[in-house]
Design a protein around this ligand. Structure first.
Ligand code: PRP
Length: 189
């Protein structure tokens, strides 16, 4: 399914409300980075970032993790437009050395929980020592998979369609420096 993006000269025009400012994002991500650093001393964690939405979050998080660590990126897809398609695909896992590693999945948002559930299942096939989840946003009211509880959550948000800081609508708006609610007119005729 494809959606037509309304023409804009500035992507801020597509935003109804700023939900989390850039300053709030940076401050909270720094706190989470320090928390991860304390929890993983001596464990050389391997961060597995799920492309593409988690890139700005990963990038900012790296600035405040001060212990030895590594990161890899894999492509996971589950959405088309504003609706989940219910199908999840993961590329590139077989090229990673995951066995006995302490993994932290890096996500931009946990919504239904389907992507995280499928990713954890796929990672477990490679026998890691542990798996935790760090997510920028958590939308618990949309959860379909009940036993998904990310250890590190930067912000819990209400059930609104949000974009920015990596989150997209039809691949657009990822470059907003804040998290904002998309104007319904952007995706309605
Ligand atoms: C989005 C988001 C999460 C997932 C969350 O990914 O980045 O990975 O959906 O939804 P869920 O909890 O309902 O599964 P998307 O497939 O849109 O890919 P993207 O990261 O490239 O935007």
């Amino acid at each position: 399914m494809s959606f037509e993006i309304k023409s804009m000269t500035n992507i801020n025009e597509g935003i109804e409300e700023i939900l989390i400012t850039h300053e709030e994002l940076i401050k909270r991500i720094e706190e989470v980075g320090k928390e991860i650093s304390k929890d993983y001393v001596g464990k050389n964690p391997l961060l597995i970032a799920l492309l593409k939405g988690s890139v700005p979050f990963l990038s900012e998080l790296l600035n405040s993790i001060y212990i030895p660590m590594e990161y890899e990126c894999v492509k996971v897809s589950s959405y088309c437009g504003t609706k989940s398609t219910g199908c999840v695909t993961i590329e590139g896992l077989n090229k990673l050395s995951i066995e006995n590693r302490n993994l932290i999945i890096i996500e931009d948002i946990v919504d239904s929980g389907l992507t995280i559930q499928k990713t954890i299942e796929a990672l477990n096939e490679y026998h890691p020592a542990s798996i935790e989840v760090a997510t920028l946003l958590d939308k618990p009211s949309m959860r379909q998979i009940e036993n998904i509880h990310p250890k590190y959550i930067c912000f819990k948000i209400p059930n609104k369609f949000v974009v920015g800081f990596g989150l997209d609508f039809n691949q657009q708006f990822r470059n907003l420096p804040y998290v904002g609610v998309l104007k319904p007119t952007m995706y309605m005729e």
